[in-house]
Ligand binder design. Sequence first.
Ligand code: FAD
Length: 396
Amino acid sequence: MPSVAIAGAGLVGALNACFFAQKGWDVSVYEFRKDIRTMKHVQGRSINLALSQRGKSALEAVGLKEYIVNQGVPLYARLVHNKDGKTYSRQPYGKPGEHIVSINRRHLNEVMITQAEKSPNVKFFFEHKVKSVDYDKKQLVVQCTSQPSRIPTFGTKSPPAEHEEFHVEADLIIACDGAYSAVRRSLMTIPRFDFSQEYIEHGYVELNIMANNNEFAFEENVFHLWPRGHFTLIALANRDKTFTVTIFAPFTEFEKHMSTTEEVLSFFEENFPDAYLLLGKEHIADTFNRVKPQSLVSIKCSPHSFFNNLVLMGDAAHAMVPFYGQGMNCGFEDCLVFSETLEEQNNDIASAVQVYSERRVNDAHTINDLAMYNYEELKDLVNKNSYKLRKKFDGF
Ligand code: FAD
């Protein structure tokens, strides 16, 4: 059977491992972090994510859709909270019954790793950092960062010593090592490799609304939105009856109006009065004392394939701002499209990687642009007549 080496066991790397496990390939996944299933606290981005049709189709192909969807909270509409803290407007996502799903990131990642690992031909190498790609040999260069005793062996190879760099040879290499991909970085000097990166002026901070007497503090089956012009607050429900609440605002706004406890409390009270009451003063103050706003980056590159045996997928290929809720969904679709392309090309890896890139680059750029457009939409346009008019005439 052919072999595939995957850089990164995040959402897209873990799903790719499931796809290749299903095909019966030899799969090795190199992940910088410890095994998240053994960690008490996992640092990282958003606690929950909106799973949409793109992502569901990919999960369905590996037999995980039903289980994952049942672990989430369906969201049927946006609920826009007005500044008075009392009135709302509701904007359905589609026809009655159509919905996206709020999913816990960590749980989703863990389920996919466990699913892939059920196949004896799949091995995850945690605490292994992908350093670069060796152009001449077309291999991944990996460094082991853990104690030798914790490293699983693969095939007949003995485990490398701590901090030792080694080369990974595989028929196919897939880089799913995220927005700051080490694999992509090491390809930058390849002639005609286009790359662009844009940080938006907004950053984000995540907070939580706790369950109220073991019940959701407000309606759970909607995407809560507090659009306030150049900043916005959103909330998505979790299965444990909490809400993950995220404020997106320009870094200058955080600095000017949320740099002391008094400032941040009065900012929330004035702009999001209903959320302010449910979040609670202590929690808002504590979060802003502990956490700095995180930045948001948008990345485009072309091509997505190299050397006849390497592809970039997920955020490594197309990190996007989160306002369209499509970063993970689009990364999941990458896995599905690549799997289908391989089958269509009769498992000829060289032609599959080339055809995949030709198919995928324009789609990735487009969804990236739509995400940027939705940034304007969520923070502002949902409140404007232009939105209501477009809704009326375009019927969306
Ligand atoms: P990542 O999730 O970043 O995973 C990369 C993995 O590679 C990580 O495990 C990392 O540890 C590992 N890694 C990194 N470098 C190395 C290395 N050198 N060697 C080995 N391993 C390495 N998307 C949606 O579809 N819906 C949403 O609702 C949504 N909400 C979001 C909200 C926020 C606030 C943000 C920031 C993003 C959101 N996204 C959403 C986007 C989504 O988080 C990403 O698109 C998704 O995580 C991409 O998955 P990935 O596997 O490509 O990258």
